[in-house]
Design a binder for this molecule. Structure first.
Ligand SMILES: Nc1ncnc2c1ncn2[C@@H]1O[C@H](COP(=O)(O)OP(=O)(O)OP(=O)(O)O)[C@@H](O)[C@H]1O
Ligand SMILES: [Mg+2]
Length: 266
């Protein structure tokens, strides 16, 4: 049995009295791809940012590669993050830098030779189908292209763990398929461990070994794609079929999900 790469234990996180994560516990083993599904505003991005220690939990702990990043100072955190790729929900590119400089940012900081940086950046851009964009600036690219640049940047350092925050949202179906294939290839060829936050249920079923469903800051269902497909849990069924449980048949708003009265699948 390999050691888990990520262990999240009873993590709570609030912002000014607004409780976002309310006791999240999960563990991800080496080489595993876990998809996290959940409605907008339910704490998915906060969870990823807590894992990579951009946010600190109020309670509970997180271990990544056996290390508690939250116990480290900013410099220690930066070093630990070098082995982790992070695809931000927005592309989060530097507007004034070219694609080359954005994707190769970490290599420039390490003062690696220009020719080597260009070669490595080009390899990643070819993977995401953007070789032609290397000398452009973000404002010259579409939103979907910027997103792919963000993915290229996340995989430049050959990370062993990649956290993807909605890597395919807003992309056309063909580009979505390209991104899904990249995620699968990184796992198959390099044994990368991945956590993928997504709204794209089809992507989740395609790429994930395990699916975790988050609602109101808690994990409410967890299982293989087959388990989730076969789940009798009303909330899970509603989520994967895109049916809103908040709207009753008269069109008026009913109270929030049956989820908390309908036990999650084991
Ligand atoms: N830095 C912050 N300060 C204050 N509130 C925050 C902060 N970050 C997130 N929140 C709040 O936490 C809640 C969860 O946000 P989060 O971004 O994790 O949602 P999400 O599940 O990723 O949603 P989406 O699917 O829309 O991206 C939201 O109500 C958000 O306003
Ligand atoms: Mg989010």
């Amino acid at each position: 049995m390999t050691d888990p790469v990520v262990v999240v234990d009873q993590v709570h996180k609030s912002f000014g009295g607004h409780r976002v994560l309310t006791g999240v516990t999960l563990s991800v083993t080496a080489g595993e791809t876990v998809a996290i599904l959940g409605r907008s505003g339910t704490g998915k991005s906060v969870l990823l940012k807590t894992i990579i220690a951009l946010l600190d939990p109020d309670r509970g702990s997180v271990q990544v590669f056996g290390k508690n990043l939250h116990a480290l100072d900013e410099d220690g955190r930066r070093k630990a993050r070098a082995g982790i790729g992070y695809v931000f929900q927005g592309a989060a590119l530097f507007d004034s830098l070219t694609v080359l400089e954005n994707v190769g940012f970490a290599m420039y900081q390490q003062r690696r030779p220009e020719a080597e940086i260009r070669t490595e950046v080009m390899k990643r851009l070819e993977m995401v189908g953007l070789a032609d964009a290397i000398d452009k600036v973000p404002s010259e690219l579409s939103g979907g292209m910027q997103k792919r640049v963000g993915l290229a940047r996340a995989i430049i350092g050959e990370p062993k763990l990649i956290l993807y925050d909605e890597p395919t949202t807003g992309l056309d179906p063909l580009t979505t398929d390209v991104i899904n294939r990249i995620i699968l290839r990184l796992r198959r060829k390099l044994g990368v461990t991945s956590i993928v936050v997504t709204h794209d249920i089809k992507s989740a079923f395609t790429i994930a070994d395990r699916i975790i469903m988050l609602e109101q800051g808690l994990i409410v269902a967890e299982g293989t794609p087959d388990d989730i497909q076969a789940s009798g849990n009303l909330w899970v069924r509603n989520f994967i079929t895109g049916h809103s449980p908040e709207i009753d048949t008269n069109g008026s708003r009913a109270r929030i999900p049956a989820i908390l009265v309908d036990p999650p699948v084991e």
